[in-house]
Design a protein around this ligand. Structure first.
Ligand code: HSE
Length: 305
């Protein structure tokens, strides 16, 4: 028999956590079914279905991720093939970890299918390299959150060894998803527009805020977490001018009681933090009512996944 694994959408960065952290949420998900068939050691994608099946490169992400897993773990599937069926439910180009979700689900499905017990950091590394096939450069933050759930943190040590950890947080989110898409090429652009150098003082301010944000998450102090989400002075200011409605969405969300708002990943979506479903719905309604300056594709209320 085969296996079927679900991986949720995610939001990277949360302000000062650029390339370091992401949170998984129930807003959207991908699913990967995997089975073994007689063959010659290949990973094959049988079909891609669901609302975003048409997006080019998505199948490649999952396939590459499984190939990386086999390579990193030295597993030879011999005279069998791994066959994948992919449900693509996370909208691409919105900063919601779409390609990461496919890669995460695929890696987890392969691990289950082959009855392996792979350390988290190796799973994340395989999925991250798989994502590189679609996004150009590997982003380990989104895949870590999708794979492990909760708030995930990734760090490479000086030898290039990947460390990952994750923690549960009891939180609700409101996701504002503009119609504008940041396609794969634009995600690259959203990194190219970032400052190439930052001053030590500025860096120190930023990482102290990130440290506080993570400590707050660990204590489920959502008030502090939300406040720190809004304190990035390196990445978010450079990107915000490309985000439709950035100021007005933040204003409306905070006015309606959101604890914090930041760009979701490389954008264009924004993520607001709340304590409860009711609070998150209030934020969603307030933004829907007040925001006339851009075309909104979707506003989603979600919980930590
Ligand atoms: N941390 C990445 C970025 C998001 O902000 O470009 C994609 O993982």
């Amino acid at each position: 028999g085969g296996v079927k694994v679900r991986a949720y959408s995610s939001s990277a960065n949360l302000g000062p956590g650029f390339d370091a952290l992401a949170v998984a949420h129930t807003a959207f998900y991908d699913e990967v079914e995997a089975r073994l068939e007689p063959g010659n050691g290949q990973v094959l994608v049988e079909s891609v279905y669901g609302p975003y099946a048409h997006e080019a490169g998505r199948a490649e992400t999952a396939k590459k991720a499984v190939e990386e897993l086999l390579r990193l773990t030295n597993i030879d599937i011999g005279d069998r093939n791994i066959v994948l069926r992919i449900y693509k439910g996370v909208p691409p180009g919105k900063g919601l970890g779409s390609s990461g979700a496919s890669a995460a689900a695929a890696v987890k499905a392969a691990e289950l299918l082959l009855d392996l017990d792979v350390p988290d950091n190796v799973l994340v590394e395989a999925a991250g390299r798989g994502e590189a096939a679609a996004a150009g450069t590997p982003h380990y933050d989104n895949v870590a959150a999708s794979l492990l759930g909760g708030l995930a943190i990734v760090a490479f040590d000086k030898n290039g060894k990947l460390y990952v950890t994750h923690m549960e947080i009891d939180a609700w989110f409101t996701l504002f998803i503009p119609r504008a898409e940041i396609a794969s090429a634009k995600t690259k652009l959203m990194r190219e527009i970032l400052p190439k150098e930052v001053g030590l003082d500025q860096a120190a301010r930023n990482w102290s805020r990130l440290a506080l944000l993570v400590a707050a998450a660990a204590r489920n102090d959502l008030q502090t977490l939300g406040h720190m989400m809004m304190q990035d002075e390196i990445v978010e200011p450079a990107r915000s001018r490309f985000i439709p409605c950035y100021d007005s969405v933040i204003e409306a969300a905070i006015e309606a009681g959101a604890l914090g708002v930041s760009i979701s990943g490389a954008g264009p979506s924004l993520i607001a933090l709340s304590r409860s479903r009711e609070d998150a719905i209030r934020v969603a309604n307030a933004v829907a009512k007040s925001c006339r300056c851009c075309e909104v594709e979707d506003i989603k209320v979600a919980q930590t996944a």
